[in-house]
Design a protein around this ligand. Sequence first.
Ligand SMILES: *Cc1c(COP(=O)(O)O)cnc(C)c1O
Length: 395
Amino acid sequence: MKNIKSKKLDTQVAHAGTNPDKTYGSVAPPIYQTSTFKFDSAEEGAKRFSGEDPGYIYTRLGNPTTATLQEAVATLEKGTDALATSSGMAAVSTIYMTFLEVGAHFICSEAVYGPSRVVMEKEFSRFGVEFDFVDTSNIKNVKNTIKPNTKLIFIETPANPTIKLTDIKACADIAHSNGAVLAVDNTFMSPILQNPFDFGADIVMHSMTKSINGHSDVVSGILVFNNQKLLMRTRNVLLNLGGTIDPHQAWLVLRGLRTLSLRVLKAQENAQIIAEFLENHSKVEWVRYPGLPSHPQYELAKKQMHGFGSMISFEVQGGVDGGRTIMNNVELATLAVSLGGYETLIQHPASMTHSAMNKQDKIDAGITDGLVRISIGCEDVQDIQDDLDNCLRKI
Ligand SMILES: *Cc1c(COP(=O)(O)O)cnc(C)c1O
């Protein structure tokens, strides 16, 4: 479709990304399940390698199915280009590898997705990268931590599982006045509910495993750019390190993406109702959801997000036992990590994902004993509410 960028968001979700099939007119893009592409002559091969001929060479370097997905996500995120990756973590480690080196300094939200922190602390530290994990929801912490050698600031907003928000514009200003790059993990919001480029971010990252694919059946990631220099630097690193996506995987994600706004908006509508229900429940101590006026950053949420999403954290009475009671009594919600799928997923960090963590680290990360994290899905909201009410009554 011509001028897709001038169309409304729902139209873009349905149509963004050029179908590479010019031969048969297939409505769905073909899966170019090939590792390599034939050259018609030595001269043509040389032109493809030099970039004079834009044709494909080898799937790790580029593939038509993958290109369709990249173009679609770049359009939705208001960027110019994107690089799809084999997982969200391949996207994260590719930006770390691109913008950090020996003696470079890195600043990151402390309550970031676990492995985004672990890979820095355990692996990149071996290569002499310096880092600070700070509570970026208080912008003073970023200001006080920045150094002349800070090359990359990486934030996740809302953060996991505290649902704290970080001011994207304020971080972009700090990064840019120090010559650093700001990357934003936008997984929780999807391109439908938050567009970090509007606030000066340099790179937007998604785990497409979550909302963009949305069906809990594919692992993948993507990096979106609006700057050719940053794109080309990152592209070289990604293509050589090899964390690229497979064409079949790309095709599945593209299929999931076509219902992205329908799913995200329905789940969000449900989440608002569930958040209000939980806030008024006698067995619930507190609820964190950006769409509740009780959220400490409700004003920032309204400013930088187009909606409040479908992730809710809440503290049940009874600490670890209270959380366990919920986990062992849910019937509709599925006890599983991950988020952003069509189905409601629930987890209890203190007895599950973070059970091995020591008490002080848990407190520092905002993981209290009765904290329950729920990713609201697209089911009938009354059924979700009845399921939670039934569990809460057993506490
Ligand atoms: C899941 C997730 C990731 C990692 O993505 P994978 O696809 O599992 O590698 C990164 N950031 C956030 C916020 C996530 O939820």
